[in-house]
Design a protein around this ligand. Structure first.
Ligand code: XMP
Length: 320
């Protein structure tokens, strides 16, 4: 049982000191590795890991083909300014091969988990000689996985899976007692710029969590373009999270006086504190209209744009 540390009770300086010590003890004289996606959790773990381990940690960005527009370059550039070297590992082919033909949400999540931990990290750990992986699992990931709602890609021990046996390395999780608001506090105290610690959450399975049905390179590209519009148009709302979802069903549309059997994008924008519950943001109608017009202009093949209105629960924030 993990004891939750609430953001309001969190002494950032003390937490960082304790975790730095705990990481040093756990890693000993070995080499550790960590995957940075540029999200709040993995960015915070990267800073914590580098503070604790210096040259004994290697940070990689896994280019899985499922990230947002320009994300690898942007994340690598931001961390270079913070003095952290990030190596980009191109694993696009492996992820798309694993996702091929899969439409079931849990099967898609499982395929991403196996590709990430077993194939890509298994190889990286072997090649580098690292003995453990540092990662930014937080309490909300554990809760939802244990409750059987969604198999979060980064939860093992609580499901009775021993990473050492399953993948050949240990996993260290310094943020496991925190929720998102606590992680932001720690990230800020570790010197992350606001554009990183205030970044909207982005799920581990990345854009594959936002494509209903098969996540092919083409369908991921469609949701990637729509995501760029949604993030641009809603960037100043202060909402907890906003996203575009690509539906599996097509609908009849009309373009240049011809029938177009087109794609549907659903926009979601959430107000939430800790992601356990959430309500749709009451966006003004003119903002919704702007979203629709820009999405149909910039995303080829889209003829329908809708806004999601149900709260979580029973909805979840991501669609997959
Ligand atoms: P849901 O969709 O479960 O999302 O209501 C709650 C919050 O968690 C994020 N999320 C994930 N984060 N790995 C993560 O690190 C995952 O597999 C994952 N799935 C969802 C989601 O973006 C939201 O902020």
């Amino acid at each position: 049982m993990i004891r939750e540390v609430k953001a309001k009770d969190l002494n950032a300086k003390r937490f960082i000191e304790e975790q730095v010590q705990a990481i040093r003890t756990a890693v000993g004289g070995d080499l550790a590795i960590n995957a940075l996606s540029g999200g709040v959790d993995s960015s915070t773990v990267t800073m914590l890991g580098h503070r604790a381990l210096g040259k004994q940690i290697k940070t990689v960005f896994i280019e899985n083909g499922l990230m947002r527009q320009g994300e690898p370059q942007q994340v690598v550039g931001l961390f270079r300014k913070l003095g952290v070297t990030v190596e980009v590992v191109d694993a696009r082919k492996e992820f798309f091969a694993a996702l091929k033909g899969l439409t079931d949400p849990e099967e898609k999540r499982e395929a991403i988990t196996q590709t990430f931990y077993k194939r890509v990290f298994g190889r990286l750990v072997k090649d580098s000689g690292a003995k453990c992986l540092l990662q930014g699992t937080i309490l909300t990931d554990v809760d939802e996985t244990v409750a059987g709602i969604k198999r979060q890609h980064n939860v093992f021990e609580q499901l009775g899976i021993d990473p050492q046996k399953a993948f050949g390395y240990r996993i260290i999780e310094p943020l496991i007692a925190l929720r998102k608001d606590g992680v932001r506090k720690i990230g800020k105290a570790l010197g992350l710029p606001a554009e990183l610690f205030n970044r909207i959450p982005f799920p581990g399975p990345a854009l594959a969590a936002r494509v209903i049905g098969e996540a092919t390179p083409e369908r991921i590209e469609t949701v990637r373009k729509a995501t760029a519009v949604v993030e641009r148009v809603l960037g100043d709302t202060g909402a907890f999270q906003y996203m575009a979802i690509l539906h599996a069903d097509r609908v009849t549309g009309i373009r240049e006086r011809r029938r177009e059997f087109g794609q549907q994008i659903e926009v979601r924008c959430w107000d939430s504190v800790d992601a356990r519950t959430a309500v749709p943001t009451r966006l003004p109608f003119n903002r919704l209209e702007k979203l629709a017009l820009e999405i149909i202009k910039e995303v080829p093949g889209v003829v329908s744009v809708t806004y999601q209105l149900a709260p979580k629960p029973p909805c979840t924030m991501e669609a997959v």
